[in-house]
Design a protein around this ligand. Structure first.
Ligand code: HBI
Ligand code: FE
Length: 296
């Protein structure tokens, strides 16, 4: 899950061009394929009943559980037939404007490397498991696939207004940590939740975090943390609601109204919020990651 907005220019490796794409997908060894299988099995122990229907259907349709790290060319041809997306290999976090450009062209930049056993629970930079397991299944849903392309297009406008951090907050609270309402209750669609070992339980069932209905203006003013469980999760009624709340927004006006920083702390519940659950914030008040705080 990336920092979101890079001010210092990232150093481009020699073997990638201006598009930051690797020439080919990594040829993984037996241990790397086994790490994928172990991560996959662990998530399937916890996600049924917690991941949204579109995600679980995407896992099935793309057959991500067939064994070993999935082949990007196979994923791209399956996705092309479904929603016109492809999966392209990148070596690392890439500059925002390049990332947005790929999304605007229905190309999802996926980490080419896979984590090691000693970084099994958490990787600072998105590896192939976070990206392909966490993000790619959602691209099989036509409405969500349209949202991701619109998000990429919005990136250009954010850059013109120097409001990338605000747009990064929208990505963070939807694409990475979003929740959606379904007939059976709240479900996760955010890749950061779906690809992590314990956030699905925390995000959906713990008393600690806030759960608030998504409002684009408000979320774009809300700070976020990249290296711990979220103190607040935002909920959409549906992906069509997410799409329309975003596409129908006049971002020029919104960016002009936004300050350069964030207005709301990530723990805040404000007067305009439709809060489904006001959290105790106990996990964060007791120190969060690194403390002995239980994610309750
Ligand atoms: N690079 N490889 C990679 N993956 C990302 O998710 C990513 C990125 N660069 C920038 C970026 N994300 C941000 O712009 C978004 O998270 C908002
Ligand atoms: Fe991600």
């Amino acid at each position: 899950m990336p920092e979101g907005v890079y001010t210092a220019p990232l150093r481009r490796p020699d073997h990638v061009g201006e598009d930051w794409l690797e020439p080919a997908q990594t040829r993984y060894n037996g241990e790397e394929h086994a790490i994928w299988d172990a991560l996959y099995a662990r998530q399937l122990d916890v996600l049924p009943g917690r991941a949204c229907t579109a995600f679980l259907q995407g896992l099935e349709r793309l057959d991500l559980g067939r064994g070993g790290v999935p082949d990007f060319a196979r994923l791209s041809s399956a996705l092309d037939a479904l929603t016109g997306w492809s999966v392209v290999p990148v070596p690392m976090l890439i500059p925002d404007h390049v990332f947005f450009w790929h999304l605007a062209n229905r190309r999802f930049p996926a980490g080419n490397f896979i984590r090691t056993r000693d970084s099994f629970d958490y990787v600072q930079e998105p590896d192939v498991f976070h990206d392909v397991f966490g993000h790619v299944p959602m691209l099989t849903d036509p409405t969500y696939a349209d949202y991701m392309q619109e998000y990429g297009r919005a990136g250009w406008k954010a850059m013109q207004h120097n409001r990338l951090k605000a747009l990064g907050a929208l990505y963070w609270y939807t694409v990475e940590f979003g929740l959606v309402q379904e007939a059976g209750g709240l479900r996760a669609y955010g890749a950061g939740i779906l690809s992590g070992p314990r956030e699905a339980v925390f995000a959906l069932e713990a008393g600690s975090p806030n759960r608030i209905m998504l409002n684009v203006d408000r979320v774009m003013r809300t700070d976020y943390v990249i290296d711990d469980l979220q103190p607040t999760y935002f909920v959409v009624e549906s992906f069509s609601d997410l799409f329309h709340q975003t596409v129908e927004r006049d971002f020029d006006r919104l960016y002009r109204a936004l300050g350069p920083g964030f207005t709301y702390a990530n723990t805040a519940v404000i007067d305009v919020d439709d809060a489904l659950h006001r959290g105790t914030l106990e996990y964060h008040l007791r120190g969060g990651r690194g403390s002995q705080a239980e994610p309750v």
